[in-house]
Design a protein around this ligand. Structure first.
Ligand SMILES: [Zn+2]
Length: 452
């Protein structure tokens, strides 16, 4: 592409992102329709056809399809339009002003994930402006409601209009942010996600007067044991292929990690000891790795009691459990019941809030290989690794349709890596215009080559 075209695209991407940030799509309530309409209009001006879907009033989704000859697989560029809340009092700039200053676009969604929406739209436009003849369909879908589970967005679309969004391959959020290691970048491609299992436990007891504890059966005391057992539980270590590959790549570049990681790979059952040692020097790395080696359970909500002097007969708590590929929420439930046997299962009730199986896409595909190839051209000394997400994205719905999904939003660290991560769902979220251009260039190159 010519330098002029690129310079123009950088400004355009920044303006597009800034406009999207100014449309407040904090979820709840979402109100993504305004953002979807803005995008539709923006695409329409460039001559793209688009379709607009509202899953409920205000919950807009927009889909564009550029037809190819059908000789090659189809590719969906996916993003979500909603964002999480931001408290302006905590920020250095108004989170919904879309301020462009000192080479940065500021605001909620700059990284998660309106920034990627912008580079996906720019990619489509550049394909058109450069008269690229596509051999497969390229689809763009910007959806509602990802931050609250996708029921009014991706899940709804996949369920109600699968023919509009089904594609052989999907590129979405979840990976791509370069981890700097010893002056080199390690780019991640998310190929797998842990499964989500949210459940509620109700502990039962017998009420009584707070002044005579022995006569009652205190439900809070029972729940205390449940929380203690589940919260501290270290489930069996399981080294899944994505994590194995990731550990190998990290160790190749990071000499200080090398010894620990090779020990871990050889003796997975010693992982906790090895990670406890690592935690003394790099706590966040150690805990990020630990969460990828086993099923985890976090207590997240607890309620019990009504009055100062009444021993309660009910106490309930909610737990966020995440299972590895190869495990299921049903298996998790069995393990949990087993653990709580001596707390007294007859005094406990279980209720499932949400249960999603883990999802995985293969790592050995032409698209994955191309991502590696293009990144190496941009940065010859970088490395690329698949990664397992501990959280969930909309990719899980598309993997269910049989699509190969990769989380890949190419971004270089604009500030120290840890700080940049903290701005996502945090304070002062922003992205440099240079990064918008980097993302657009990488994505454009991948899509152009993959589709021709
Ligand atoms: Zn997101």
């Amino acid at each position: 592409m010519s330098a002029n075209l690129l310079k123009e695209a950088e400004e355009e991407a920044a303006n597009l992102l800034s406009d999207l940030i100014r449309i407040n799509t904090t979820n709840p309530p979402g109100n993504e329709t305004a953002a979807a309409k803005y995008l539709a209009e923006n695409l329409g001006k460039e001559g793209f056809d688009f379709e607009f879907f509202e899953s409920a009033p205000g919950r807009g989704n927009v889909v564009t399809r550029v037809r190819g000859t059908g000789e090659k697989p189809s590719l969906l560029l996916l993003s979500h339009l909603d964002v999480v809340a931001a408290n302006p009092k905590e920020w250095s700039a108004d989170p919904f002003s879309g301020l462009v200053k000192d080479g940065f676009v500021w605001g909620r969604g700059a990284l998660d994930m309106k920034g990627m929406t912008a580079i996906e739209v720019m990619t489509l436009k550049l394909l058109k402006r450069n008269n690229v003849e596509l051999k497969g369909d390229v689809i763009l879908a910007a959806t509602a409601d990802e931050e609250r589970g996708g029921k009014a967005g991706a899940e709804w679309l996949v369920h109600n209009h699968p023919e509009k969004v089904r594609a052989d391959y999907v590129i979405n959020e979840g990976g791509g942010l370069a981890i700097p290691i010893n002056g080199k970048n390690l780019f991640t491609v998310s190929t797998a996600e842990k499964g989500i299992f949210w459940f509620k436990v109700k502990a039962k007891g017998r009420p009584g007067h707070g002044s005579v504890p022995g006569v009652a059966d205190n439900a809070i005391m029972r729940m205390n044991r449940v929380v203690e057992k589940l919260g501290n539980h270290r489930s069996k270590i399981l080294l899944v292929p994505t994590v194995k590959k990731f550990l190998g790549e990290v160790a190749k570049e990071n000499k200080t990690l090398q010894q620990g990681v090779s020990m871990l790979l050889a003796n997975p059952e010693m992982s906790d000891q090895i990670l406890d040692t690592l935690a003394q020097t790099d706590k966040s790395m150690a805990e990020e790795l630990r969460a990828r080696l086993r099923m985890t359970i976090s207590p997240t909500i607890i309620h019990g009691g009504v009055k100062e002097n009444i021993i309660p007969s009910d106490c309930e708590a909610v737990f966020d459990c995440r299972v590895l590929p190869g495990q299921s929420p049903t298996q998790a439930m069995d393990e949990i019941r087993e653990l709580l046997k001596d707390v007294g299962l007859e005094k406990l009730e279980f209720e499932t809030i949400q249960a999603n199986n883990p999802s995985v896409s293969p790592m050995n595909t032409p698209l994955y290989e191309l991502i590696v190839e293009v990144l190496k051209e941009f940065e010859p000394d970088c490395s690329v690794s698949p990664v397992l997400l501990t959280g969930g994205t909309d990719s899980r719905f598309f993997r269910k349709l049989g699509n190969v999904c990769y989380g890949f939003h190419p971004v270089r660290a604009d500030m120290p890596y840890g700080e940049m991560l903290k701005t996502v769902h945090g304070i002062d979220e922003r992205i440099s215009t240079e990064n918008l251009m980097f993302g657009t260039s990488v994505l454009y190159e991948i899509v152009r080559r993959f589709m021709t």
